[in-house]
Design a protein around this ligand. Sequence first.
Ligand SMILES: [Zn+2]
Length: 320
Amino acid sequence: MGKPRQLLKSIEPRADESVQSIAMRLAPRALVTPNELLRYGLGLSAGFPSLPTDVKAVLRLGELGGFAPTEMMSRAILPGRLGYMVLEREVPANWLSFAVRRVAPSVLRDDKDTPFHRLSWQLTALDCDLASGEALVHRCPSCGALLTWSKIETVVTCGCCRFDIRNAASRYVPADRLSLARRLYQFLLRSGPPLPESFDRLDDVTACYAMEWFAYFRNCGGSGKALCPSAQNAVFGLEDLYSWPDSFDSALFELEDLGKSGYGYGRKCDIFSTSQGRNVLLIRRLNHDACSSSRKIRLLGHAPRISSYEMYRLGWTVSA
Ligand SMILES: [Zn+2]
């Protein structure tokens, strides 16, 4: 395939617009379908979900549209050492949604004649549009099908039933949830305050997992909503990272209270003994260990998915 030539008529990429959205809006200017643009214009046969991760395709798209390489690369989501590089951080793979198209119906409606998909909507750790607080939807409000990138010519259409998602009802997250999401976004942009030193020196992916882990243990008492560490709960854990080590102490005390009342530990142990033995170890230790500062670090060594290697590298003790 030769070098793609720049289109005579292009578009103006919007701030925070995703590369998939740019490709979808550019396709009509090249008189092709979005999939034809990917396959024949960018040499990408794998389809839209893999577009932001393919550096060659992203740069070719930039050449076609006449956009600066740096601008295109700032919208790419490239594989990193442990996860994916997005914005100014590396995040775990489960923090990103590639195949599923998450959108905010009212925001698309307010885009008027240029509806576009945002880069930040691909982060599963953020459950709302950051400007408006509108909750993101990932299923068609009409037919219930997952919104994906296949069989669509614009980002507002359901590929299954052709429903225009802009006609869906809007739902907004509570103000405190929006402010947590914005704070996490600042962390990803490196525009917020630095994490405490213990976490700042970690790689980003481990810090992200620590957020998931904190959120899980902090929320496991009252509501029971956090059934496992997940990207969706991570926003709650960021605050705990900022208030480390006090947050860790209070997490332990909360769990201890639950243990005394006979609720929580046993059930969670049962759940994890099937899939996550490390968590069982952690919870057993919470039951038996005193809460001295050296022990705290050992306990964190057993947190889910924070590898022993990372602990070793940081000079943290991992007990047997
Ligand atoms: Zn539908």
